[in-house]
Write a protein that binds this ligand. Structure first.
Ligand code: BTN
Length: 229
């Protein structure tokens, strides 16, 4: 039976799992009230005060493409939130968007062939909790539903959906496409090597995003996506 281990404060729940890989099993998870050194994608800091949902899951068994894991996790989060009347969508690869702003994100790391899925959601927080540079970018659950959410229950629902969904990736891909806010959008993607602009024409089952412009068509598996309109 997978465990959900809890703590008051840690540096980062991903780091906590990483340090205990040999002692943990598939689907064991770790949730903290506060992270004092939370990490986002692209080496960014992740602001994680008390109130939000900050947790990580160890996934040892996953048969699909690595990009498909991103689709699975984002879909699991949106589905779990929908149960609590929060209707979100996804910005590739796995930003969780509510009313056009970022409600949360997912950081997937691979260590010794095992995946560590870190999920951060701005639940039960107020905009005033955020420092000025983040205030205009983020949104919290409180701005749309005016009641406290049960973080632990939501974490368990997400874990359950990941556990089941990993055996049905075709279905997950279909769900992801319904939740994606990117299809047909004009975008710019920067993968550190190049910046490419065009229209999103497909998000593939392997997690790749296909972007087309007048000159060419390219599939990206990583990068920062920005909307142009
Ligand atoms: C992103 O940049 O969008 C991904 C953010 C991921 C944040 C979560 S919070 C729980 C886990 N622990 C971390 O340090 N990061 C992830």
């Amino acid at each position: 039976m997978p465990r959900l281990i809890k703590a008051e404060e840690v540096d980062s729940t991903n780091e906590w799992i990483k340090k205990r890989l040999s002692k943990l099993n598939d689907l064991d998870s770790f949730i903290a009230e506060i992270q004092n050194s939370g990490k986002g994608r692209n080496s960014k800091d992740w602001f994680s005060p008390r109130g939000g949902l900050w947790f990580s899951i160890l996934l040892e068994k996953f048969q699909g493409a690595e990009g498909a894991l991103s689709l699975l996790c984002a879909t699991a989060v949106c589905d779990a939130l929908e149960e609590h009347n929060l209707l979100t969508n996804i910005k590739w690869p796995n930003d969780i968007i509510l009313k056009g702003k970022k409600l949360g994100g997912i950081l997937i790391e691979k260590v010794q062939g095992k995946f560590i899925i870190g999920i951060g959601l701005n639940l039960n927080l107020s905009k005033s909790d955020f420092p000025i540079p983040l205030k205009d970018i983020v949104i919290t659950s409180k701005e749309t539903i005016h009641k406290e959410l049960d973080n632990e229950a939501i974490a368990k629902e997400i874990i359950k959906r990941i556990a089941i969904g990993r055996n049905n990736l075709e279905e997950i891909h279909k769900k992801y496409l319904k939740l994606s806010g990117d299809l047909n959008e004009k975008v710019k993607i920067n993968n550190g090597e190049e910046i490419f602009t065009g229209k999103v024409i497909e998000i593939q089952a392997d997690g790749g995003i296909k972007i087309r412009n007048e000159d060419s068509e390219k599939v990206f598996y990583s990068g920062k996506l920005s909307y142009l309109s």
